[in-house]
Design a protein around this ligand. Structure first.
Ligand code: 6PG
Length: 500
């Protein structure tokens, strides 16, 4: 009897790969698996003998490819970058016209565009799919952001919809409760086709940029409570747990409450007090910011969150500077509960601005790369499964439902009224932080973004004057139509003004 063919295959059995394979098998799909180190594959298959769909391990890539139904569908889940290219190079000679390669890693969208083009020339189809939700998401329901060949996506759509996180159709609330072998039944899947070539990976990258912003803002809220109000980590954790029942309800706020209340197994103190304050990163936030800079999109708050990680990372330099540089010592005399509410509102308003920037970036990218992104659907699939999943995303979806062409989230009536309601607290927090010498880079950057975006006039008139002065770069006039450029013969620096 010939061996039963698998519905799909997966290369790369690190934790994400193993969990995604189990998720696929849990949904009744037979999956072949391959790993460079065969022992890892053998152990994985041996430890999971009774999945509903079944796992088929293969020690050789040729056997692995031969074990798949046609068109063959192969997911690659290896470290993004050269590793992905190496696997593709090995797979290509083994695959046939029309077969499909799916990259589920955190690939740079430019690589995805290149790979799609290269594989197309060889008769193969390519999907670059963002997969968000970490290990837990991969196992029980990630948010999936596939991009590439739309016809190829049709071939994996049933699997992608099955394994994705699910949310309630009405409320947008994630449906929880998946367990090994027992996936969630019903609900709306957090998966949608994003667009051609690199669109899926681009949107996943923006998700990560927004994730960086969210994380930094949460850190600033914690730091204000800790530095200004003198609250313990445990007390801060309880505040975050309370916030998680309101407009900030989200995965990141929930885990923050847990992390802040976690005891250190070695000392019994709060674990955050023992974690060194230097942040790492794998680059997706940086890519988001670089893309914003390249396209001229003012995603300053997202970029600020990347810089905040960089500043944290130069710990030795900061330790030395702390001995030399001075500033105010935080001292608080007001109403503590009112201040906590103000910090909540500062976080909320900053978050709205950061998401506004992320969506503006995607809007610009679609022009640049000739994609047609559906922002309502993107916010819909981010409601569950992914790291930034939040009640808030339902409101963003509703905003894009109201107006698919919305230029900026800040202009949506709901978000406008939310900022109107809370902005005075936001301003108080940024002012208090400044007066007390507490860094709140994303709160402050978001506020500057908000105030700049709503400004009828900015001081760029002077800036254009400067540019024209030293470089004859010209300027447009307030009393003339746009698009007409002027230059005057400025006097030499330091000389008196020319008589008119
Ligand atoms: C996700 C995450 C994930 C990312 C980590 C770490 O959506 O599941 O975005 O893809 O790799 O969050 O990112 P950094 O190491 O850059 O913080």
């Amino acid at each position: 009897m010939s061996e039963q063919l698998s519905d799909i295959g997966l290369v790369g059995l690190a934790v994400m790969g193993q969990n995604l394979a189990l998720n696929i098998a849990d949904h009744g799909f037979r999956i072949s698996v391959y790993n460079r180190t065969t022992a890892t594959m053998e152990k994985f298959v041996a430890e999971n003998p009774n999945t509903p769909g079944g796992l088929a391990g293969h020690a050789s890539l040729a056997d692995f490819v031969a074990s798949l139904k046609r068109p063959r569908r192969v997911i690659i889940l290896v470290k993004a970058g050269a590793g992905t290219d190496a696997v593709i190079d090995q797979l290509v000679p083994l695959m046939e016209q029309g077969d499909i390669v799916i990259d589920g890693g955190n690939a740079n969208w430019n690589d995805t565009i290149r790979r799609e083009k290269d594989l197309k020339a060889k008769g193969l189809r390519f999907i670059g799919s963002g997969v968000s939700g970490g290990e837990e998401g991969a196992r029980f329901g990630p948010a999936l952001m596939p991009g590439g060949d739309p016809a190829a996506y049709k071939e994996i759509e049933a699997i992608w919809n099955a394994i994705a996180a699910k949310v309630d159709a009405e409320t947008g609330k994630p449906l929880e409760g998946a367990a090994p072998g027992k996936p969630v039944v019903g609900g709306v899947p957090c998966a949608t086709f994003i667009g051609p070539d690199g669109a899926g990976h681009y949107v996943k990258m923006c998700h990560n940029g927004i994730e960086y912003g969210d994380m930094q803002m949460i850190c600033e809220a914690y730091w204000m409570m800790s530095s200004l109000l003198g609250m313990s980590a445990d007390e801060c954790g309880k505040v975050f747990a309370k916030w998680n029942t309101g407009v900030l309800d989200s995965f990141l706020i929930e885990i923050t409450a847990d992390i802040l209340q976690q005891k250190d197994p070695m000392t019994g103190g709060s674990i955050v007090d023992y974690i060194l304050d230097t942040a790492g990163q794998k680059g997706t936030g940086k890519w988001t910011s670089v893309s914003a800079l390249d396209m001229g999109v003012p995603a300053a708050t997202i970029a600020e969150s990347v810089f905040a990680r960089y500043l944290s990372a130069i710990k030795a330099e900061r330790v030395a500077a702390a001995k030399i540089l001075t500033g105010p010592t935080p001292a608080f005399t007001g109403d503590k509960e009112a201040c906590i509410q103000a910090i909540h509102d500062a976080l909320y308003c900053s978050k709205i601005c950061s998401y506004a920037q992320g969506f503006q970036l995607m809007r610009e990218a679609q022009k640049e790369y000739k994609w047609k992104l559906n922002f309502g659907e993107i916010s819909m699939i981010w409601r569950g499964g992914c790291i930034i999943r939040a009640r808030f995303l339902q409101k963003i979806k509703e905003a894009f439902d109201r107006n698919g062409e919305l230029a900026n989230l800040l202009l949506d009536p709901y978000f406008k009224s939310e900022i109107d309601r809370t902005q005075s607290n936001w301003r108080t927090v940024v002012a208090e932080a400044s007066l007390n010498g507490i860094p709140v880079p994303t709160f402050a950057s978001a506020l500057a973004y908000y105030d700049s975006y709503r400004s009828l006039r900015l001081p760029a008139n002077l800036l254009q004057g400067q540019r024209d002065f030293f470089g004859a770069h010209t300027y447009e006039r307030t009393d003339q139509p746009r698009g007409k450029f002027y230059h005057i013969d400025w006097p030499e620096p330091g000389r008196p003004q020319l008589e008119m």
